[in-house]
Write a protein of this length. Structure first.
Lengths: 114, 118
């Protein structure tokens, strides 16, 4: 079945450091891929998405490229801020989807120190 | 738009009690779903609905019931609470279930309900 694997956290960085959070997936066909962010005490917010191979999703300085050859969707940001401290979830949705089910990774906690 | 709203934010139950977690959305979304979030396990799908009057089971449905009498509301019922149901519960909605590869399959999440069963 479909699955998502994320790098284990927590990840601790200094402000302005470069961020990479690895995400790989297993799926048949051509899933859509997502990164969601959860700030402390809040629900999940969509950060970015990509729906086909070589698509790059981007938002708020974060980027991720849909790599079908390596089945990966790694999240990157060139210069993190303290306000980026949160839990990041990689997710996929099979295509076509009758259930709408999102398959989530276990989440990676990012802590950015001043 | 208020988006997706959930009540209550926090709840403590005793084993065997029943309760209903409320979820509502004002975006006219056809698709709604319930997830539970447990440490180290990400989110897992409990139940989902592709439209009013239609519901189906997700990955971890045991101990939960749902109904969808209107497009806006999708309550989750715990029939007889157990400590294993201690979790954070999220409701989500999207325009549809993902048949089209565009914004229609983007899911919007509520703020969550933190449930503790003693």
């Amino acid at each position: 079945g479909n699955s998502v694997t994320q790098m284990e956290g927590p990840v601790t960085l200094s402000e302005e450091a470069f961020l990479t959070i690895n995400c790989t997936y297993t799926a048949t066909g051509y899933p859509s891929l997502f990164w969601y962010v959860q700030y402390p005490g809040e629900g999940l917010q969509l950060l970015l998405k990509a729906t086909k191979a070589d698509d790059k999703g981007s938002n708020k300085g974060f980027e991720a490229t849909y790599r079908k050859e390596t089945t990966s969707f790694h999240l990157e940001k060139g210069s993190v801020q303290v306000s980026d401290s949160a839990v990041y979830f990689c997710a996929l949705r099979g295509y076509p989807s009758n259930t709408g089910k999102l398959i989530f990774g276990q989440g990676t906690t990012l802590q950015v120190k001043p | 738009n208020a988006g997706v709203t959930q009540t209550p934010k926090f709840q403590v139950l005793k084993t065997g009690q029943s309760m209903t977690l409320q979820c509502a959305q004002d975006m006219n979304h056809e698709y709604m779903s319930w997830y539970r979030q447990d440490p180290g396990m990400g989110l897992r799908l409990i139940h989902y609905s592709v439209g009013a009057g239609i519901t189906d089971q997700g990955e971890v449905p045991n101990g939960y019931n749902v109904s969808r009498s209107t497009t806006e509301d999708f309550p989750l019922r715990l029939l007889s609470a157990a400590p294993s149901q201690t979790s954070v519960y999220f409701c989500a909605s999207s325009l549809d279930s993902g048949g089209a590869r565009d914004l229609t399959d983007t899911q919007y999440f509520g703020p969550g309900t933190r449930l503790t069963v003693l």
